[in-house]
Design a protein around this ligand. Structure first.
Ligand code: FNR
Length: 351
């Protein structure tokens, strides 16, 4: 099967499987206060994450490109939505264009559509620094994501089987490219150990890509004759992964992603440690099923709802959310305490 056919398979199966929502978010609860002393007009959604400044904490996460006309159209439409709503956007892995120059147009359309937007390049951890530079140049990217997707590759019939040297390659990319480097998972989450290793080679931006949304083990299993079903439930749920990752170091900024589909989960994700929220599958589904205007309306409504929730909480900024007391229960409570993270530091923080 060609790379281009595989890209389309991923979109087709991601749409067919639909979007789960990580029920683990129900383990995170805000505490209601009746005197927030704030107006909706006081709430600001813009926020800095490490050296990046984003006008909205929500962004369109990496999905596609490299699969000919259909992926060109999706990237073009996502870029139009990103421009009109003022949010950042990542493209899917650009290796396809680095290996086959005829695919370049499926990616550089995002810069053509959104000349002054915040755009993020994407490659896997097999990439060299020169490839990373080429991917950045192709879309004049403001940042680059390097994705880690071991479980997806193992489940993919034609996937990689050798994962040695990834950390060293990431280190060279961090040292050699001129834009910020975000290392991301693709729906299996990152542990505190992974984040520590990444921090040790100079990574300061991590997207946890947690379990609970698009499930690439399930997608790849649909493309296999004999299913590796043990990978279907593999991974660290998104909220747990955000908390593990943000416990590592104040010098590492965390992006939350994996199963975000509504405003309350997004505000929870920010309150437990994320500085931005990436959404992939849910936005793709709306775009393909209902079109550009519906996706635009969805993003605008997410912004409005986040503002309402922050007003109820008395939080003027994304940074304020990180000082609100939060009660963590259920599986998330047990997981975190067994991993040595004291959940009282969340329930007893004060604002
Ligand atoms: C993805 N994702 C992805 N990630 C990446 O780093 N490079 C890529 O090329 C792709 N390709 C891709 C295709 C499709 C169709 C989907 C739906 C997703 C993964 C994506 O960025 C994200 O990490 C996961 O999908 C989890 O987030 P959601 O979908 O649960 O919001």
């Amino acid at each position: 099967m060609s790379r281009s056919e595989r890209k389309w398979d991923h979109i087709r199966f991601a749409l067919k499987n639909g979007q789960e929502r990580s029920s683990t978010f129900d383990d995170i609860k805000f505490i209601h206060h009746s005197l927030p002393n704030i107006s909706v007009l006081d709430v600001r959604l813009d926020h800095s994450i490490g050296e990046l400044y984003l006008s909205s904490p929500i962004f369109i996460n990496a999905m596609t490109g490299g699969g000919g006309e259909k992926t060109y159209r999706i990237n073009k439409e996502l870029a139009m939505v990103a421009k009109e709503t003022g949010i950042a956007m990542a493209v899917g892995s650009q290796m396809a264009a680095l290996k086959d120059k005829t695919q370049k147009y499926t990616y550089d359309v995002v810069r053509k559509e959104n000349p002054s937007g915040f755009l993020i390049a994407n490659l896997g951890s097999e990439a060299s620094p020169d490839q990373a530079k080429a991917a950045i140049e192709l879309i004049e990217a403001n940042a680059i994501q390097i994705h880690l997707n071991v479980i997806q590759e193992l489940t993919m019939p034609e996937g990689d089987r050798d994962f040695t040297g990834a950390l060293r390659r990431i280190e060279s990319i961090v040292n050699e490219v001129k834009v910020p480097v975000i290392v991301k998972e693709v729906g299996f989450g990152m542990s505190m150990e992974t984040v520590k290793s990444l921090g040790s080679v100079g990574v300061t931006l991590v997207d946890v890509g947690g379990f609970g949304g698009t499930n690439f083990a399930e997608i790849e299993n649909r493309r296999r004759e004999k299913s590796l079903s043990f990978f279907t439930n593999w991974g660290i749920p998104t909220p747990i992964s955000i908390i593990e990752a943000s416990s590592v170091s104040k010098d590492i900024s965390i992006i939350g992603s994996g199963g975000f589909s509504n405003a309350i989960d997004m505000v929870k994700g920010l309150a437990i440690g994320a500085d931005a929220i990436g959404v992939a599958g849910k936005f793709l589904q709306i775009l393909v099923d209902k079109g550009i205007d519906s996706l635009k309306a969805e993003i605008e409504s997410l912004h409005e709802e986040m503002t309402m929730i922050m007003t109820a909480l008395g939080a003027r900024t994304i940074s304020d959310l990180k000082r609100l007391p939060i009660v963590i229960s259920g599986e998330t409570y047990h997981w975190l305490n067994q991993r040595g993270i004291d959940t009282k530091s969340y329930s007893q923080r004060s604002f």
